[in-house]
Design a protein around this ligand. Sequence first.
Ligand code: S3P
Length: 426
Amino acid sequence: MRQEFSRISKINGELNLPGDKSVSHRSVMFSALAKGKSTVYNCLQSEDLHATINAFRLMGCNIKEEGSTIFIEGRGFKGLQKPEKELDFMNSGTTTRLMSGILSAQDFESTIIGDASLSKRPMKRVIDPLTQMGAIIKSTGEGFLPMTIYPSANLHPVEYRLPVASAQVKSAVLLAGIHLDEKTTIIEDIPTRNHTENLLGLDVKVEGTSRIITSLKANYPQAGIYNVPSDISSAAFFIILALLTPNSELKLNSILLNETRTGILQVLRMMGAEIIEENVQIRSGEKTGDLIIKSSKLKNVEIPAELIPNIIDEIPILSVAGIFAEGDFEVRGAEELRHKESDRIKTVCDNFNKVGIAVDEYSDGFKLSGNAKGKSALFESFTDHRIAMAFSVFSLLNKDGGIVEGFEACAVSNPDFLEQVKQIVI
Ligand code: S3P
């Protein structure tokens, strides 16, 4: 589906954005694993979340959805049932990698499939450590879906140092670990999002720049209430839209402000953005607060290498901010972008190539120089939600607007993106 945008002149108002995708997935998973009734408030309702919810329904969980409130009757330790058919995780890398850890510890066989994009994403990164733990996993080719996980009589703890900075890999290992009596240990040299640790209350020790995280059966989740803060990654599109629209002010309510996710605010502030935090509090173990964003003049800066994992999902929209900021925009050390819902180095560069910007593509990033000439273009989402929304924002800021082909990809993380835009444009 093609969506056309013309340039907006002013933004004003406030938005309640949907629940954070990472926290929503984990809240549903932990509720389904726990014994008894849990409730997840402000759960993201999107295609990715439905992949997780449907999987647990297929494994015998009773799950009722009332808007963004999800009532889940969890099955308790080893209480999940063998799914009658393949588990289709659609476009969701988080579901696939986290569930691989959970499924490796079950007493039944399960097969995971996904859409064309997910079937091209590397699963070897979870297969390797889980196999070291004694899991039995058969994948396609060099670690791709479809993938079958067999029951293992020999699942045991490991100590695993993450070779890639990935919260999904970390979580897969720790979630297999909560099924074992002895401690499983993850060593993380570069911090990644820590929602699994926060929500399960895992033991985390800091040693120099590394973190040592352990999980064991004592950390198995209990039924309870989860309040999911609004998604900072979805907020990033609106933050940048408001910053770059003259005479604008926008309030975003109850946004997730976990430090492993707020790198985007750090970088934008370094660029000169005026973003105020209010009403900051801890809700369900996660820092949450309102954000007030005022139009600002931005200047490109060197992005600190250690922040890359923190801002990895926001790089496509950050590059849009970079185009309208003074100076060249450059990102390096972000090879992981090549393994997301699309190869985001290539898909960002391909789209910017259409608007007269000088683009240098590197194996681990890209550089954008010069200004957009203002002419409209037909952008491609490459069936990637964050590319669809990033180039929608670019089109809303561009003199002659723009068109996004494959706009429906937004439904993966924010099906109401267009309505939210309409709500704040005056
Ligand atoms: C996620 C971790 C990140 C991120 C993804 C969500 C998570 O992926 O890009 O959108 O919820 O754990 P990686 O672990 O592959 O970096």
